[in-house]
Design a protein around this ligand. Structure first.
Ligand SMILES: [Zn+2]
Length: 140
């Protein structure tokens, strides 16, 4: 039903750089794609409406931190890879394998990036607000 592990490279704004042609980075992508396929299994509809919690052991946690250094983020590479509005990344020694939980995002819809990452209805999210400020400054 889902094209597991195939769709991610075709998703918007995500082109693997040439430096990714490297075995340890391949391992890293395998972990991220495994999380992505869990999100796909859990969410039949628009995954951008969701916030994901990713729990895993310290080894995989250390690798995934490359994609998201913060515990919680709405604009990390990990949110791009999982195609969700927010990711909470947690190290859990009791997790023998990577566990993904999803809940509807608490954020409000951002018209600009079409994610649920805004703190206020009808306003762009913080990331888009920064972009818009830069644009405003450039055309002033
Ligand atoms: Zn936005």
């Amino acid at each position: 039903m889902f094209a597991e592990g195939k769709s991610v490279f075709r998703s918007r704004r995500l082109e693997p750089p040439e430096t990714w042609n490297n075995p340890s980075i391949g391992k890293l992508m395998d972990i991220a794609l495994s999380a992505r396929s869990q999100v796909n299994k859990l969410v039949p509809g628009n995954t951008w409406e969701m916030a994901a919690t990713v729990k895993t052991n310290s080894d995989e946690f250390g690798k995934l931190k490359i994609f998201q250094p913060e515990e919680v983020s709405t604009d990390s590479q990990l949110t791009e890879l999982l195609q969700v509005s927010e990711v909470r990344l947690i190290s859990d020694e009791s997790a023998s394998e990577l566990l993904v939980e999803v809940l509807p995002s608490k954020g409000k819809f951002c018209e600009r990036c079409r994610r649920y990452t805004s703190s206020e209805e009808g306003r762009p999210c913080q990331r888009c607000e920064r972009v818009l400020q830069t644009l405003r400054a450039a055309v002033r």
